[in-house]
Design a binder for this molecule. Structure first.
Ligand code: GRF
Length: 193
């Protein structure tokens, strides 16, 4: 069993899917901590509903990104965390942190990477006129959404789609592939090397 921390900044619907798999199936990960950089993230309530410990650390008290990340890292040591899943964590992590957690740090992005990294990904896809969109789970590296891809899911882009409609269609797939990718890494089926 691998100790997992999930990092969030908002709604935490992906967190919910990771919790649901953990609660209803035999899995290789144990959710030991939900961490947020903001105290009003709804995902914290989701965690509390399932008695999962939560921690909030605001970056506003830090002037230096790496110092903030070192505080997070200390928290991970305290909770004996082995893997981290970034589930809508809206903050860039320092190269120091990413290097230290290389191979144990997973993220999800709502596009078929390497297309449309970064922000406003659904609008980028619509502007481009692509006929298929999707989501990608990957091992985080020092770039923005550039890490080695673990899994992807594809959805069609339909005429009349807005950013919100497309995001909703993609999100449903995120909820399937992210928990499974975490399980595949925690069980040793998939590794960076
Ligand atoms: C998801 O679309 C995820 O891919 C992106 O941020 C969104 C988070 O949604 N990184 P939620 O907080 O999990 O509902």
């Amino acid at each position: 069993m691998k100790n997992l921390a999930v990092f969030i900044s908002g709604s935490g619907s992906n967190l919910q899917s990771i919790i649901d798999k953990w609660k209803t199936e035999i899995v290789s990960y144990d959710i030991k901590l939900v961490f947020s950089n903001t105290s009003d993230a709804f995902g914290l309530t989701r965690a509390k509903n399932d008695q999962i410990p939560t921690k909030v650390l605001s970056h506003k008290n830090y002037t230096n990104r790496e110092q903030y990340d070192r505080s997070i890292d200390q928290m991970m040591q305290d909770f004996q965390i082995e893997y981290i899943a970034l589930a809508g964590f809206m903050r860039l992590l320092s190269p120091w942190f990413v290097e230290k957690w290389s191979g144990s740090l997973l993220n999800i992005h709502p596009s078929l990477l390497p297309a449309f990294p970064g922000l406003h990904t659904h609008q980028q896809a619509l502007d481009y006129g692509v006929k298929f969109a999707g989501c990608s789970v990957f091992f985080v590296d020092k770039g923005i959404d550039t890490g080695r891809i673990i899994s992807q899911a594809v959805v069609p882009v339909l005429s009349g789609d807005t950013e919100e409609i497309l995001a909703g269609r993609v999100l449903k797939e995120e909820h399937k592939i992210f928990p499974q990718a975490i399980e595949d890494v925690a069980s040793g089926k998939v590794s960076l090397n």
